[in-house]
Design a protein around this ligand. Structure first.
Ligand SMILES: [Zn+2]
Length: 114
């Protein structure tokens, strides 16, 4: 089943949006308007997220990919610093979200053993 998955890049500006577009258009049917990248795909959103994190991996100190709680088909790219102001702590390796720095640090240690 073809689904429409969105990546909201409105919080991070044009250069990172173009970088994502450039790296995703090889693999996916994508469109962009108003800082939202739309992907038409039958690939599950979890796999799109993994791909996006992979694309951003050289920049993962700066950017983070999170899922939109209100829209299950949308991923949001945020600046790493911004998200903590929202009271959300995201793992820089996989984007999983936590309510405190401690929880996140506890979680992120699993990545160092893989
Ligand atoms: Zn993680």
């Amino acid at each position: 089943m073809i689904m429409q998955i969105e990546i909201d890049t409105s919080k991070v500006g044009n250069s990172i949006k173009n970088y994502i577009l450039h790296n995703m258009k090889m693999n996916y049917d994508i469109h962009e308007s108003n800082d939202v990248i739309t992907i038409m795909t039958n690939v599950p959103i979890g796999d799109i997220k993994i791909k996006l994190v992979e694309i951003l991996s050289p920049h993962l100190d700066e950017y983070i990919v999170v899922e939109n709680y209100d829209n299950k088909n949308q991923l949001i790219v945020l600046k790493n610093g911004d998200i903590e102001q929202l009271g959300i702590y995201a793992c820089i390796h996989c984007g999983m979200m936590f309510k405190s720095d401690e929880e996140r640090n506890q979680h992120s240690s699993i990545h160092y053993f893989m």
